[in-house]
Unconditional design. Structure first.
Ligand code: PHE
Length: 342
């Protein structure tokens, strides 16, 4: 009996087989229990011999089962560990986090600074009508400014003789849309993409501008000047900022001024706020009465200033980036070099 069960226990291949052997041997109706029952029919002498022997056998079988069970569990664990083997000394695979593109970041910075001065944000469509992009801004059909803008025109359906839509060449059409939407008084900036057919180190066919416009009952160039100086101090983080307002011409402002910022190129690096050089950063002026009227605002009651600034251009100045085209190459090494990649 003993040898039979010890062999079967050793042969049990898994816990289920082992349990079957256990029931057969030492279970309530197992073989050992049956033998125990026979004790009653034995003489006291026989009983004294066989009883302890059966108990010892039961103990031996139970401990053999326990040992075999532990062995099976160890084997199962070894098997699992072999499958889930992990080398903690391998170098980790690094993952880089995404980050904000410099143009988006600068747009946010600009927006925050003007928000502090009470400007809200408006947006307009990138595909504009001839009216919003040109006529409403006092740029009639024959005006040379149209040719200078290197405009992208949308294809027209055959037989459609209306003026073609354009990819907006500046954010100024949003001036008109903002006036129509809210009327006067008004303080708004309009950041967004604009398009011109031009490509070199400082021009890309798609770039970004932010338009600014303030309309009230007695707005003057002095307000414009203060506002832009305040902006430049905050944006470029230079206290002694110096701006130069240079008389210029835009059809939609009168008078008009281009604004330069004082700088130096000491040893090839650009420094703002000092030196003898001037860098143009934006166009501006007092909103032309015809433009106010086109936006539905009475020019006899209201005046306003407006300006338009290249976002990519001021980003280049702030971060010392020499080539505008790199902004749109999606080269992660470039982004990280300028501190924009995580
Ligand atoms: N729209 C002009 C440009 O793209 C900039 C500008 C905006 C000038 C507003 C004056 C007033 O060059």
């Amino acid at each position: 009996l003993r040898d039979k069960y010890l062999t079967r226990i050793a042969d049990a291949g898994d816990e289920a087989a082992l349990e079957a052997v256990r029931l057969e041997a030492v279970g309530k109706k197992g073989e050992v229990a049956l033998k125990m029952r026979e004790l009653g029919r034995m003489t006291p002498e026989e009983r004294q011999q066989v009883g302890p022997a059966l108990n010892a056998l039961k103990d031996e079988i139970n401990s053999a089962i326990a040992a075999r069970k532990a062995g099976l569990e160890d084997a199962a664990l070894d098997e699992r560990l072999r499958g889930e083997w992990l080398d903690v000394t391998l170098p980790a695979r690094t993952r880089r986090r995404g980050s904000i593109h410099p143009v988006s970041q600068v747009t946010e910075e600009v927006t925050a600074i003007f928000a502090d001065m009470g400007f809200s944000v408006a947006e307009g469509p990138q595909i504009e009508t001839d009216w919003y992009n040109f006529d409403a801004l006092n740029i009639p059909g024959h005006h040379p400014a149209r040719a200078e803008m290197d405009t992208f025109y949308m294809a027209r359906a055959e037989g459609d003789d209306r003026p073609p839509h354009v990819l907006r060449t500046h954010t100024s059409p949003v001036q008109i849309r903002a006036m129509e939407a809210t009327g006067a008084p008004l303080r708004v900036i309009c950041p967004g993409r604009v398009y011109r057919a031009d490509y070199d180190q400082t021009h890309t066919p798609m770039f970004h501008q932010v338009e600014g416009m303030a309309i009230d009952r007695d707005i003057s160039m002095a307000n414009l000047k203060w506002c832009l100086e305040e902006f430049c101090r905050a944006f470029f983080e230079v206290d002694d900022i110096a701006l130069r307002f240079r008389a210029s011409h835009f059809p939609f402002t009168e008078p008009s001024a281009e604004v330069d910022i004082r700088c130096s190129w000491e040893g090839g690096t650009l420094k703002l706020g000092e030196g003898d050089d001037w860098l143009e950063i934006l166009g501006s002026g007092m909103v032309h009465p015809k433009v106010l009227a086109a936006g539905g605002i009475d020019p006899d009651v209201w005046q306003g200033f407006a300006f338009g600034m290249g976002i990519d251009r001021i980003a280049m100045l702030k971060y010392g980036i020499p080539d505008l085209r790199a902004f749109f190459d999606s080269d992660l090494r470039w982004l990280r070099h300028y501190g924009f990649g995580a």
